[in-house]
Design a protein around this ligand. Structure first.
Ligand code: ADE
Length: 240
């Protein structure tokens, strides 16, 4: 997969792309990430990219011609162009999966004081990473990159991403490692004993319990199997 990020601040991505799983995925050729400086597409001799808003008001607005040129020079018919903006559809694991299936993803980072509305005409999608306002789309693009790249084949062990919170609509079950007892708190007996059938059932039940207690909205959005219904009934009785 190819990812291109159009940004006014390419240096902001060094840390995100230069460490850990993303670094490995890029080095091993699972994906490539190209940082494109929007400023390079300004025709202005001082490389201005923004201007004052029509109608007045505070701040500067990212100009549509500069972004249009940056997009046109770096995309083909195969590119899926996504504008990062708080006005976009709210990012979810299901959207990460959708984006991970694209051949080429182009993430366009908005500007902290706003951008010309006509830029919306040049993209295929608009994504918000949550109901808060960032100073620009860079951190949001970093979140999208991270969550998409880890889903690509061979970026991490397949089982790890299949067990993720949200990947089957539930929060992940609790995990433990050594020591078996720490400050008086013990690892649940069932996990230590190694009975695979009981461990599977424990994990499913605790996954349901976490989701029921912390994110009941996720349960409402998901059909339950017979086994899950039974476990959820037990959880409800246990929490009365
Ligand atoms: N740019 C500024 N805030 C944002 C958000 N919440 N999501 C995506 N892009 C943004």
């Amino acid at each position: 997969m190819k990812i291109k990020i159009l940004t006014l601040f390419p240096n902001m991505f060094e840390g995100i792309l230069g460490e850990s799983i993303l670094k490995r995925a890029i080095e091993s050729g699972i994906c490539s990430v190209e940082l494109i400086d929007i400023r390079a597409y300004s025709l202005d001799k001082h490389h201005h990219v923004d201007d004052t808003p029509y109608g007045g008001g505070a701040g500067m607005v990212l100009a549509c011609d500069v972004v249009d040129r940056a997009i046109a020079a770096n995309t083909t018919d195969k590119s899926y162009k996504v504008l990062m903006t708080p006005q976009g559809r709210t990012y979810k694991q299901a959207i990460a999966k959708e984006l991970a299936s694209k051949e080429e993803l182009v993430l366009i980072c908005g500007h902290y004081e706003g951008f010309d509305e006509r830029i919306r005409d040049y993209v295929d999608d608009e994504i918000s990473i949550g109901d808060y306002v960032l100073t620009g789309g860079e951190l949001a693009a970093g979140v999208v990159c991270d969550s998409v790249i880890r889903l690509l084949d061979h970026a991490i062990r397949k089982e790890s991403s299949e067990e993720d919170s949200f990947s089957d609509g539930l929060l992940e079950y609790p995990q433990y490692t050594r020591p078996v007892e720490y400050k008086g708190v013990c690892v649940p007996e069932v996990l230590v004993n190694g009975n695979h059938k009981l461990i599977r059932e424990y994990r499913l039940k605790e996954s349901l319990r976490k989701t029921y207690l912390r994110r009941p909205d996720l349960l409402e959005a998901r059909a339950l199997t017979g086994e899950e219904e039974k476990l959820l009934k037990e959880i409800k009785e246990e929490s009365e």
